[in-house]
Write a new protein. Structure first.
Length: 382
């Protein structure tokens, strides 16, 4: 996630500055989003708290797509041999995945021992319950390693990037627009799937997949042109063909686009909670990172940060260089912050969320800074 800059000898220093800003912003929004989750999870047992969490969490859903777009800016087109690219990029991902998949469950186990008043159920954090989690990463992430889902997905993007890169180097502007248009259609598919039953669609032998998806095939029509890869192409397109807009036009497009995307995201989540209470399979539809409403929030943020053309600043570059590590370790600090700040009487939920996000980000940065000081541990956070 905290990609190193490729050879940018011909790039402007302003471009490097806005990339650092984008990295820090996206990372903070990820931390903020996880600080909202405990409040969303109360659902209708505490309606005001749920609404605060929902409207706050919906505001930052662009966090992960921004990270993916940053990867597209930094690494496309691929300039190295495929084997070298895989060894460097995927090797780095695997090292971090293995270490943090083991470290985080152990940190949670330790935390429940030193903080017995935590909101976590200590019964789920015995040594016997923790032990299998230490090797389950070979199959998938666990609750304690929730943020690491991104590493599995990022490794998949790395696998396809050399292939995608070869096409991008010869693709015309029209070619890119056609592919992005097709990808744009896929951003609507979650809603097609949600609404299809209203038109009488009962699925294929009970499987509610669309366009060829069934029990014996999960790769439908749009499988190969959907998902996060579209954000890679979009970022490449916007850097190669940046909009020549004035600030007035930029804000005139971006503010309404973001506002509509946010309203659909937030009120859509509330509406789905009403019809499918507590059912994440439906609730997450409007929070999909590869959904049209989240795209409508992501694009304006990217365009505004790009247009800012921020000058490079040493302090911002230092924080940007720690964002990968912050992302990897912050989840346990979010939990600790939730427990500690929750003991402060009279704090409104929005204030608790903001305080926790700032505190967890700062503590995570401190932990990463310490790890960066050592030659061995540095490889686990950079």
């Amino acid at each position: 996630m905290s990609e190193r800059l490729p050879d940018l000898k011909t790039a402007s220093r302003e471009r490097i500055g806005w990339i650092d800003l984008l990295r820090v912003l996206a990372c903070f929004l990820v931390v903020f989003s996880h600080c909202c989750d405990p409040f969303v999870a109360v659902f209708d047992s505490d309606r005001p708290t749920f609404l605060y969490g929902c409207f706050s969490g919906s505001l930052v859903r662009c966090c992960v797509p921004l990270f993916v777009m940053m990867t597209g800016v930094l690494l496309l087109p691929v300039r190295t041999d495929t084997a070298v690219f895989y060894r460097k990029r995927i090797g780095r991902i695997l090292l971090a995945l293995i270490f943090w998949s083991v470290a985080l469950p152990l940190l949670y186990l330790l935390y429940t021992r030193i903080a017995p008043e935590t909101s976590l159920d200590a019964g789920n954090y015995t040594w016997e319950a923790t032990l299998p989690k230490l090797w389950n990463f070979i199959f998938n992430f666990t609750y304690e390693t929730t943020p690491l889902w991104y590493l599995y997905m990022l490794a998949g993007l790395y696998l396809v990037m050399p292939v995608l890169s070869a096409w991008l180097e010869r693709a015309s502007r029209r070619d890119l627009r056609i592919l992005l248009g097709i990808w744009g259609i896929t951003l609507l598919l979650p809603y097609v799937k949600l609404l299809a039953p209203l038109a009488g669609y009962a699925g294929n032998y009970g499987n509610m997949g669309l366009y060829g998806i069934c029990d014996w095939n999960e790769f439908g029509t749009f499988h190969y042109v959907s998902g996060f890869a579209g954000y890679l192409v979009l970022a490449h397109y916007l850097v190669k063909f940046p909009p020549a807009w004035s600030w007035r036009r930029t804000l005139g497009v971006c503010i309404p686009l973001f506002a509509v995307g946010y309203l659909v995201t937030a009120f859509g989540y509330v509406l789905l909670q009403k019809h499918f209470p507590g059912n994440y399979a439906y609730l997450e539809i409007v929070w999909y990172f590869a959904g049209i409403n989240v795209f409508m929030m992501t694009l304006p943020v990217f365009l505004v940060v790009q247009k800012l053309a921020s000058r490079p600043r040493a302090w911002l570059a230092r924080i940007a260089g720690a964002t990968f590590g912050i992302y990897l370790c912050h989840f346990v600090f979010v939990q600790a912050g939730y427990d500690l700040i929750g003991r402060i009487p009279g704090l409104p939920v929005p204030v608790r969320i903001v305080l926790n996000a700032c505190a967890a980000f700062a503590v995570s940065y401190g932990a990463v800074w310490l790890m960066q000081r050592n030659r061995i541990t540095r490889r686990l956070v950079e």
